[in-house]
Structures are given as C-alpha cells and as structure tokens.
Design a protein around this ligand. Structure first.
Ligand code: ADP
Ligand code: ZN
Length: 719
C-alpha cells in the first residue's frame, strides 16, 4: 500500500505531498485524515494522509509510524481546508494545523494523555452472594454488599487493603475507565419564555430561505436567549450546534447561561483551559458525546457531525479574524460549513460590521432586527462632554459632570463602570524641555509607563526598562508623564472616592488563570462600587446594578489611521454604554471626547445603528472602501531597511504591471508601526473588485519572494 502524505514543509510556499510505503502490519490502520510520522532527509516529519493508492512506480521509503488512532480530520474538514486555501494565500498544512487544538500539534512538547480512574466490580454475582452469607469478615462483607447494590464503584471509595484481599479471593475485579477533566453536569434550568419580539425573530430566522441571518438587536434585546432557543430546537431534532463568542474568558456569564441550560451536552473551548483539558473536550466532540460547542475563533473547526446551526455572537468583533497565518476569518469558515451541513449561520450584533449590514440590506443575508430591550429596561441616556472645555477648567482626566453623576449613583448604592482604551499608568514619558518621547529600542512605538512595577513597557514586543528620570537626549530632569491609562484613572478615582471600593480590570490585573471571572463575580456581588477597565469590560457583561458608564476618552480608536476607525469607535461606544441600565434602574452614559462633533461619537447618543450605517456607507462608497471594494494588505519586513524597501518596490511594480482597470495600488509606504522587534515594515494596499484576478496576482506575489532575509505577509480582507 502507498499513501500520499502532506508534510509540514514547504518549498517556495508551494505545497508538497510525498508518497510513502506502508508496512503490511500497519495497512489496516491506514485511513485518510490520520497523521503519520515519515522519514524526510535526516529527520522524521509529521504529515496528514490525504490519499491512499495501490502502488507507485517509484522506489519509496516506509512510513515510521501512525500517530492517530482515529482520523483527526474528517472528509468535511479536509475539503474545507482546500476551499479556504483559495482565499488565504498560505500552506494547506498550516490550515489543517489551525483546525486542531494546540496540544495536538507535533511541535507541542507537552505530554498529554488520557486521564484514567480505577473502578472495582464483582467478578461473579452468585459467588458474591454466597460470600456474604458464609463469610465472617465484616469489612469485606460491607464492600461486597455495596458492590452488589452499585454494580461498579470508584476504587478510591474503599480501603485499598480490603480490595486487595477481595481481589486475591477473585471476588472483585478492577477496571480502568477514562475520565474527562472537565465536568459540565449542572443543575438544569428551563429556558426563559420569549417575548413577542424574540418569538418574531425566531420565526423569521427559521422560515428564512437564506443561508446567513444577520440578527441586529440592541444591547440587552435578548439575543443570547434567542440563540439558546434556536440551539434547543436543533438539538431536539438530533442535530448539533456551534456557538462562537469573541473571547471566551471575557464572557463567563454567557457560558454560564448555556451551561445551566444544556449541561453535559456542551464542550467549551476556553483559552484558559490547560492543554489536557482541551484534549479531553476535543475527544468528547470527536466521539459525538456533546452536541454543542462553545468557543472562540478556532472552535469553528470543531469536528461536530450533523451541524444544525452555527451562531456567531458579536459578529463585528475583530477577534474572529486570525492575525497570523493562516489568516482565516471564522465567519467565512462558518458560511462554508453551514452550506455543507445545510445549517443556518446566525450572525448576531448590536452594531454589525458595515459589510454585513450592507449584505443584509441587499438581501444576501436575512436581516432580523430587535430594537427594544428584553426585560422592559430602557436604553441609557447618553451625554457627550467636550473635553476641550474641561481642560480649560483644569480637568484633564474627569469632567465635572462625570464626577457629579458618579457621586449621585454611588450615594444611591448603585455601581459605576469607567472605561478607557489604554492600560498602564500614563501613556508615555515626554521631556518638557526638548520634546523627546521615550520609545522602544526595538519598535517605532512609545513605551507605556506602569506604575505598580515602575517600568516602561512596549506593548508590541514586550520590552521593559525602568522608568527614566533623566531625558536621554537633553539630559535634563524634565520628563513628564503624559496621557492616561487604567492605572492612573484607578489611582485618581481612589483619591476622589475614598470611601468607595474601586477595582481595575485590564491585561495587567488578569494574567492569572480565573482572574477575569473573579473580578467580574466580585463586582457582580457588589463587593466593589467602581470598575475601571479596558475593552475587556465592554463585551457581553450583564451587571444589573450598574447605572452609570463613563468613557474617559472616546478618541483613542478614532485617531487610528484605519478606514474602520469610525466604525470601531461607534461599536465600542455602543458596547460600553450597553453595560448601563440593564436591570431595573435607569442607566446613564457619559462620553468624554475632544471630537464631540464626529458622527461616530454623536450618533452613539441615539442607539440607532441604522443612522450610523447610512452615514458610514456613503463615506465607504466615496473613498472606495469595503463593501464597495475588497482590500488586501501586503506587509514586507526585514531587519535590513534598504532591503525591505527595495523588495516592497519590486512587489508593488509587479502588481502595478499586472492589475486590471478596477484595481488601485497604494504604496509601498511605511507600515502603521514602521518597526517592530527590530524589523522594518513596509506595506502595499490593493483595492479591487474582482476576487479571482486578485487571488491569482497574490499567489504570484507569494511565489515572487525567495529571499529568506525578507518576510511577506498577505492579508486578503484585513480586519
Ligand atoms: P443581548 O444578548 O441581546 O445583549 P441578553 O440575552 O443578555 O441580551 O438579555 C438581556 C437581559 O434580558 C438578560 O438579563 C436576560 O436574562 C433578560 N431576558 C432576555 N430575554 C428575556 C425574556 N424573554 N424574558 C425575561 N428576561 C429576558
Ligand atoms: Zn518594542
């Protein structure tokens, strides 16, 4: 027998499969989709069996061993990989690897195994019954009686010396059983009864002829409840479901709602799970022991069979796009899998991506809207504060009205969330005599000062150094802290509201496993009055006692040089303000900004996404951005600045020579962050309408590059 193996090696980005001989004794274990180890040069490489042949005309080497007991990728996933490759300009094997949980990769040196537990049971019932009546050994009798009652029990339940005696007497035999590390057996609670709007939405979804549904519902409109009902329906039909959430560790509340309804039917993929736990969850799925998979981006590859529905919550979230190879977007993957299984794909959001909503309006997607909050809660009142006026009054961090409102709510025994988009104490150190800004030696980016550790840190490469006292350029002791971070806000708030309890949530306070959940739960239990945090607190959280959300600086995203910056700002503001007034108390939102007239800030006042969409879509059309044009981003990097630049020019010229009329090439230009980790980056942006033609050009670009001192990354549809 001969097999074709796709190995983990590539030549000039061209994929290679190699044929190998299978020794006779392994032949009946060979199946497409299993991984094997094969000799390659002097080493052994891992590869996927992608074809089985009778024989070959060449003289072949034998495979070394078979890695998997069962095929790790089924036919659907193998074909899905080929389909995705067309749009991703990367190696097929890297796509296959991305489909597996990290512990499955050959490169992962962790020692993952199946956890086993020892059980005991009776060897023979008759003999056991006889033993109870004849024996005088009371302790042994008790064990045998217990086993007569329970049939099989954990060995650890009994004294080991007694079990040993009973084993010697051949009354009891031992058995090992697999144990999953995570147990999702919860007390099951029924689903909520849906309100009429939710019912209407479900009817529209279930009766739709379209493959993809866009569920556009304001924050708190009860989308999660709708997801659960939709899934419930599919389960009752004997089907399975995938539900994606942006970052699972940030959404413990949603996960919990699912667990108390679906219990052991769920497998959860959590970034905080250990490799072994992931391995167990994955096996549960492969064996068909669960019918619902909840997880972040990569859970879209869950090897479920018979999928009935795929749900993507907060579909606008950029976390669904992988930012390194393979640069897949989980929504695209969902749509392909949905087609295969004849399952609907439901995209949910209060603030959908502009492209998604445009597709909904055009009728490519079924557009379902919910404009009211579920439990009769009203949407919060939003006030926009012009910080230019506040700075004149000497209030650089907090406006008068924010402090006033905070006091009012806190005195009422209600809770407050303060949101800002930066962690750390102050954004950077700046010299007030010469204007020098302290930057990372590896990257073209300012260092962020962290007060707790007294360090300046680079948020790109992780570089850290002690805070500087003297300006490295003019040698004066005139360095000042500029900007504002979560740590600074926390410190100032603690000074102003001394008698209230403040907690901070950002990457720095949540590095330990379970830290997110701990902060969220203690805030939920009203152990704190004020929560200061970054994006992390914007997503999906439901705190009934929060009646005020303050956005310290709404401009941080707006100032990014990116065509999505308005969209991102609007989404962020809606998400954050969605945390206010979810319970019985009315909510207030205060947005501090230096750009009060910007439409993405101004329109967040009315909670009307459609107004924002209508404004934004015009701009996209005028400036030739998505959804009118596709965009691709090519990044060229090298430690050698001149080489990076000359390669970029070479690539840009190639593209310009080959483009068709409806394509626009911009660049090469210096990348947004021009130097990261001592590598100089240039970028080329291509706007285009014809995907097929673009694919061809981009594939050629990736072949063009054969200098190993230069790296190229190609991102079709960057997020
Ligand atoms: P979304 O996901 O759209 O932000 P949620 O599903 O989290 O909204 O619902 C918001 C709140 O309303 C939650 O506290 C939820 O328990 C409640 N809720 C949702 N649907 C119903 C319903 N049909 N009856 C009562 N309460 C509901
Ligand atoms: Zn750096």
């Amino acid at each position: 027998m001969v097999i074709s193996v796709l190995v983990e090696i590539s030549f000039n980005n061209k994929e290679k499969t190699f044929d190998y001989l299978v020794p006779k004794n392994l032949e009946d274990k060979i199946e497409i989709g299993k991984r094997v180890l094969v000799p390659f040069g002097k080493q052994n490489l891992e590869g996927f069996i992608i074809d089985i042949k009778k024989n070959s005309e060449y003289d072949l080497k034998e495979i070394t061993s078979i890695i998997d007991e069962e095929p790790i990728l089924n036919e659907e996933l193998l074909n899905l990989g080929k389909e995705l490759k067309k749009d991703l300009v990367c190696n097929l094997i890297s796509i296959y690897q991305a489909m597996l949980p990290s512990g499955y990769k050959a490169s992962a040196k962790t020692n993952i195994n199946v956890k086993k537990e020892k059980y005991v049971k009776l060897a023979n019932i008759k003999e056991a019954q006889e033993f109870i009546t004849t024996s005088k050994a009371q302790k042994q009798i008790e064990v045998v009686e217990d086993l007569l009652k329970n049939k099989i029990s954990l060995k650890s339940k009994y004294q080991s010396n007694i079990i040993k005696v009973l084993k010697d007497k051949e009354l009891v035999i031992e058995e090992e059983k697999e144990k999953y590390r995570l147990d999702n057996s919860y007390k099951i609670e029924p689903l909520l009864k849906l309100n009429e709007y939710q019912e209407g939405a479900i009817n529209q979804i279930e009766n739709s002829k379209k493959d993809v549904i866009l569920l556009n519902g304001v924050t708190g409109s009860g989308k999660t409840e709708i997801y659960m009902h939709l899934i419930n329906k599919q389960i009752s039909l004997g089907k399975t479901a995938i539900m994606l959430v942006p970052e699972i560790s940030l959404t413990p509340q949603i996960i919990n709602r699912f667990k108390v309804h679906f219990g052991n039917k769920i497998a959860v993929f959590h970034s905080a799970l250990s490799e072994s736990e992931k391995y167990d969850e994955y096996r549960k799925i492969r064996r068909g022991e669960v019918s619902i998979v909840i997880g972040a981006r990569s859970a879209i590859y869950a090897p479920l069979k018979n999928i009935g529905i795929i749900i993507i919550d907060e579909e606008h979230s950029s976390t669904y796009k992988q930012e390194h190879n393979p640069r897949y977007n989980a929504i695209d993957v969902a749509i392909i899998r949905g087609k295969y299984h004849n399952a609907k794909v439901v995209l949910g959001s209060a603030t959908p991506q502009i492209e998604s909503y445009a597709r909904g309006k055009k009728g490519y997607y079924e557009l379902v809207s919910l404009t009211k909050r579920a439990n009769n809660a009203s949407l919060p009142k939003v006030t926009i504060v012009d910080m230019k006026n506040e700075v004149k009054k000497g209030n650089s961090l907090f406006s008068e009205i924010l402090i006033e409102k905070m006091r009012e709510k806190l005195e009422n025994n209600e809770q407050v969330i303060l949101f800002l988009n930066r962690r750390g104490f102050s954004s950077y150190q700046l010299c007030s005599s010469c204007g020098e800004v302290i930057k990372c030696p590896n990257c073209d980016i300012t260092l962020t000062y962290h007060k707790t550790s007294g360090m300046n840190r680079c948020h790109y490469c992780g570089y850290a150094e002690k805070k500087k006292d003297i300006c490295p350029k003019c040698k004066n002791e005139s360095l000042k802290d500029f900007g504002q971070g979560t740590e600074k806000v926390e410190e100032e708030i603690k000074k102003i509201f001394q008698s209230y309890r403040t907690v901070r949530m950002d990457i720095d306070t949540t590095t330990k496993k379970g830290a997110h959940e701990k902060i969220i739960n203690s805030f939920l239990n009203h152990e704190y009055d004020i929560l200061v945090g970054t994006q992390m607190i914007a997503k999906g959280l439901d705190f009934p006692l929060v009646s005020l959300v303050g956005v310290i600086n709404a401009d941080t995203i707006l100032n990014f040089p990116d065509f999505r910056s308005s969209e991102r700002t609007y989404q962020m503001l809606s998400q954050v303000s969605g945390r206010a007034g979810r319970g019985n108390i009315k909510g207030d939102v205060i947005i501090q900004t230096f750009n009060p007239d910007n439409y993405s800030i101004e329109l967040s006042k009315t909670h009307n996404y459609v107004d924002f969409f209508n404004k934004e879509i015009k701009i996209r059309k005028d400036l030739k951005y998505p959804p009118y044009y596709f965009i691709s981003l090519i990044k060229i990097g090298s430690k050698d600045y001149n080489l990076s630049l000359s390669e970029s020019k070479k690539i840009a010229n190639y593209i310009k020579e080959n483009i068709s009329e409806d394509m626009i090439v911009l660049g090469p230009s210096v990348a947004g962050v021009s130097r990261v980790n001592k590598i100089y980056y240039f970028q080329i942006i291509i706007k285009f309408r014809n995907k097929e033609k673009m694919r061809e050009i981009l594939n050629n670009v990736s072949d063009l590059e054969n200098n190993n001192k230069v790296s190229i990354s190609i991102d079709i549809n960057p997020c």
